[in-house]
Write a protein that binds this ligand. Sequence first.
Ligand SMILES: [Zn+2]
Length: 180
Amino acid sequence: MQEAIRALIRHFGEDLSREGLIKTPERVEKVWAHLMSGYTMKLDDIINGAIFDAPGDDMVIVKDIEIYSMCEHHLLPFFGKCHIGYIPQGKIVGVSKLARIADMYARRLQVQERLAHEIARAVMKVLEPQGVAVIIEARHLCMMMRGVEKQNSEMRTSAMLGAFRKRPETRAEFMALISK
Ligand SMILES: [Zn+2]
């Protein structure tokens, strides 16, 4: 990877032996290893048994989970907030695990639409709840850095599974709760 980074820097006519750049390929490699670490994570390892029996079927919501991901079209970050809701069917999961599931899929090359769906499907698989809802609101540097007129635009994507897809009132309740 360091050779690829050197080629990129060289491409713009920069001097790789310059003080500020000399260690850049090494640093970039480390950063990317972190940004792409989702590829080597496994759902089972993340959950690590933190699933609990719970009575009731009231909606569980975790809102404002920070996400940082990389747009696969431009290799630039997109970042924002992820809201996850589910209706249990006898099982719940530790709140921090939902954030870690979001990280696992965010730390890959992504498009925002797929990210929401992958998170939703993972929660579905782990908990087998009545339904899962995921909404992501994010800003994309590939849009923000290229045109002044797009600097404040935020993209919102959602994935609704099970009860959230089937029942408009369930979806509406989720939307109301996350906008508080
Ligand atoms: Zn992009």
